[in-house]
Design a protein around this ligand. Sequence first.
Ligand SMILES: C[S@@+](CC[C@H](N)C(=O)[O-])C[C@H]1O[C@@H](n2cnc3c(N)ncnc32)[C@H](O)[C@@H]1O
Length: 285
Amino acid sequence: MIPNPKQYNDCNELQRYEAAKLFSIITQVVGPSPKFGIVVDIGCGTGNVTLDFLQLVKCDQLIAFDKSEFMIEFATENNKSSEINYKVADIRDDFQKLKFDLNIVERADLVFSVYCFHWVVDKSKAFHNISQLLKPGGKCFLIFIYWSDLFAYQRQFVLNSKWSEYFENLDEKMSSLAPAYTAVLPDIDHTRKKWTQLLESFGFEKCKITVEEDVHFFKEFNVFMYDFQSVCPFIYYIPTAKRDEFMIDQFNYIRNIYNTGFKDEKDSYEFRYNYCVIQAEKCEH
Ligand SMILES: C[S@@+](CC[C@H](N)C(=O)[O-])C[C@H]1O[C@@H](n2cnc3c(N)ncnc32)[C@H](O)[C@@H]1O
């Protein structure tokens, strides 16, 4: 899904900032300097966030997986640690396949995920799999983007530029690829109710779902661009030979909206977004 792991690894400052929030919630819930048996990281990307986790939380084994083999190849070579076992696997797969791909023999004490679940349309399958991965009393912590006005501007760009020919049925395409890419902020109360019911139906309790606003300030627009370029869902609809041109056009459009009249390449960028945190515990019985 993400074409350039090195670029992502060098520029994922937003994801690391968000990961720090999630790790702080985990240590608040389970206490300082926690120690677990088995931990699972879903959508670990290049693994630098997985390593950040190990700075705060000790565990015997950390199974970190991603559906992209390029990400896992990069993580295995560049972000290793004796506790971490990187695997290629997809959280949307049937549990038997997931279990086989992860080579799971014991259930996990903790499952976490940073900035992956906005890519997962079928939350039902994913929640079911997390429930199967966890032992009774095991805990789940997920953080992901709920919405951003950036997505509205990106939609505006693809629908109203010369690139629109590649984006017929945009909503249909996005709902199956990146569900957070809607034109307006999705109703939070409705989402909370729907996901809580779903989690409870898979044997979770103590479910807490929050959506909060934040702003992340990128000192340089180019750093923001490299981070988002490597996770831009629209790129998959553009023919390979035209992708560079599409990216330049898209970021020029966004840059002009946010930083009208910018004077040099050192302009900053303010990313405004709503993020979601899901906490849940697998029932003991
Ligand atoms: C924005 S990156 C986040 C990576 C890492 N957690 C971090 O915070 O830097 C999202 C990752 O989720 C992975 N991903 C998306 N859908 C997935 C799925 N269904 N199963 C496993 N990984 C998935 C992508 O391949 C990508 O590497």
